[in-house]
Design a protein around this ligand. Structure first.
Ligand code: PLP
Length: 375
């Protein structure tokens, strides 16, 4: 069935006049890198999150990599995480020779199951890496208890969850653990590409700022380096977009929550669809994507094709990463994480951004219902 409607976007950034104005301000200032806009973005972000400091970097992956290094994790160490995530959550460990140890997810939150995580801890475990998948806050009190009991660290991958609030009413990333965020164009707020790491203390912040800048301490001259570093800098042009986005982050989050609410209402009438878990206050998801789960045995590729024919992009999202060749090579195989594998086989991300209207949501829901009925 074809419709004479323009295709919908799967995701869309919200860029306005203030983003344009601040980018122009940087371009005209002549300070395109390591200038005042970078510092302003870090300060504004830290203030919004309610933390003392935040270090901006070139991507969420760079933030995770520097986080792994900040703990000193390396060869011989194991870190426990969920396989139901974006591949960067595990790659950041591989960069430093750390073994990613996967444990299964909770079927409601789709995040690492604390009991499974605890069971996966061995004498080689030096950390936990909880991921707030799809913007759903992890069970941080449980992970903090495990970390305290076992004397290990926590690196939070909150790259999908800026603005989420956890079960104790705290913004994700503000509990004093090392936490990371990402600003790719489909995220709650974007800088095009970019990331942020929340350090545990000022000493860690100093090392992070040095390592993102080729190992050059803040008080050192050009071409003077006293440790191994990387070029993980965020430019001031990029930071300018970030400053404008943080200033209206509450509004950006509210816009996404409004669209998610429309989806929840409209799709609750579509038989066979499993919706994202409802919030249990004070916890609150931050809407990154809108993922649904199709019934067991449904032809997901057929559904994606059928939606596509009606101008509705949808993605099989996410795969369980333990089956990717470079991770399977560590000994992982199909059947090891049944919950993650079942969810991965059935989950589908629908078009999601704050610009979707009630009519758009209705169009997606009708097309999805038709596709499922036909399959
Ligand atoms: C859970 C998770 N971790 C890490 C990243 C990496 O962020 P980036 O793409 O900015 O490197 C992403 C990006 O989508 C992510 O979803």
């Amino acid at each position: 069935m074809s419709e004479d409607l323009p295709p919908l976007d799967l995701a869309r950034p919200e860029i306005g006049p203030e983003e344009e104005r601040l980018v122009l301000e940087v371009l005209r200032s002549g300070r395109l890198s390591l200038g005042p806009m970078l510092e302003r973005f870090e300060n504004d972000f830290a203030e919004w999150l309610g933390v003392d400091d935040a270090v901006a970097v070139s991507s969420g992956t760079a933030a995770l990599h520097l986080g792994v290094r900040a703990f000193g994790w390396g060869p011989g160490d194991e870190v426990v995480l969920s396989p139901f995530t974006f591949v960067a959550s595990a790659n950041c460990l591989l960069y430093e020779g750390v073994k990613p140890v996967f444990a299964d997810i909770d079927p409601a939150s789709l995040n690492l199951d604390p009991e499974a995580a605890s069971a996966a801890v061995t004498s080689a475990t030096t950390g936990l890496l909880p991921i707030d998948i799809f913007g759903q806050p992890s069970d941080m009190p449980a992970f903090e208890q495990i970390a305290t009991d076992r004397g290990i660290g926590i690196l939070e991958d909150s790259c999908q969850a800026l603005g989420a609030v956890d079960s104790e009413g705290q913004k994700v990333g503000s509990r004093g653990n090392v936490a990371t965020f990402a600003f790719y164009a489909n995220k709650q707020m974007t800088t095009g590409e970019g990331g942020m790491i929340v350090p545990a203390d000022p000493a860690m912040a100093e090392v992070l700022r040095s390592e993102r800048n080729q190992g050059r301490a803040i008080d050192m001259d050009w071409l003077d380096h006293d440790r191994l570093g990387f070029n993980y800098r965020m430019s001031d042009v990029t930071a300018a977009i970030g400053v404008a986005q943080v200033a209206r982050l509450d509004e950006l989050l509210a816009g996404r929550a409004r669209v998610a609410e429309m989806y929840m209402k409209r799709l609750s009438g579509v038989a066979g669809i499993e919706l994202p878990a409802a919030d249990v206050p004070p916890a609150r998801r931050s809407w990154f994507v809108f993922p649904v789960r199709l019934p067991e045995g449904a032809d997901r590729d057929g559904v994606i094709r059928s939606l596509g024919e009606r101008g509705i992009p949808a993605k099989a999202y996410l795969p369980s990463i333990h089956l990717f060749p470079h991770l399977a090579a560590l000994g992982y195989r199909e059947g090891q994480f049944p919950v993650a594998e079942s969810v991965a086989a059935r989950s589908l991300a629908l078009p999601f951004h704050a610009g979707l209207s009630e009519g758009d949501i209705d169009r997606v829901a009708s097309a999805l219902a038709d596709a499922l009925a036909a399959g």
